[in-house]
Design a protein around this ligand. Sequence first.
Ligand code: PMP
Length: 292
Amino acid sequence: MADPERTYHVNGELCPASEATVSVRDRGFMYGDAIFETLRAYGGDIFRWDEHAERLHNSAARLELEHGLSSATLRDRIDETLTANSLDDAYVKCSITRGVQPGKLTPDPVTDPTVVIQVAPLPRGGISGTQPWEGPATLQTVKTRRISDTAIPSNAKTHNYLNGILARLELRPTDADEAIMRDQEGNLAEGSTGNLFFVRDDSLCTPSLSGPVLPGITRSVVLELAAAEGIPTRVDAFDIDDLHRASEAFVTNSTWEIRPVDTADGIAIGSGPVTALLRRLFSKLVEEECYR
Ligand code: PMP
């Protein structure tokens, strides 16, 4: 249940989290017909806002969900929500649905989107920060394949998370906490809520966006840091053996940042110098961009 102490933002108004509701006829509820961004606030500032705003814009364009809200308006609502909660370091989720419409499945042009902003406290990030995860990730490759880009565009971040949920359900009998999905051809794709990186033969490897992989903002920052540091990088198609033989691995998302991987399919991988260096560089970047 939502923390009753929190304040959320629903359709332009701040309201207590316990009273934040949307209609049962909302298309986001009925069909997952919605887009969202998960962002991280550090020191009251949103990390890489422009990139998140651009991805949200692309998601909306891909779904032809013309919500009519400018990035500046959305950012104002996010800032208002953080202020109302006196939160500087936070998880922020901004969702936009196609709203309530008279017809059934066929969407009408959007006249009244539902716009919700939820926040929750997170520890301080940056150089003196604490990671929000309890320990390294334990990965398990699952049978559920990543849905093809030709079925649901992988560069659109939508409320349709059944693919990731089915993958996570497969973890129930295991002690793993993140599922790794492959594409239809068997190439590594990504986790249920994060991108995958590993180190092999001194190269930092990550599945290419030509596969069904969400273009993670954290992924792009990691690639940017690796390039600036001269770390050899391979963005390519990989198979499960590549991960099993890796000397280091980590998963990334906006909340976790860079989370080291302990084991994959029971095979010990662990952290190492490349992961440690990238984590330091990431924290330094957050410090410079958000806590100045
Ligand atoms: N892949 C999936 C399927 C995700 O849900 C997420 C989290 N939004 C990511 C990757 C990582 O994206 P980001 O770094 O932008 O949080």
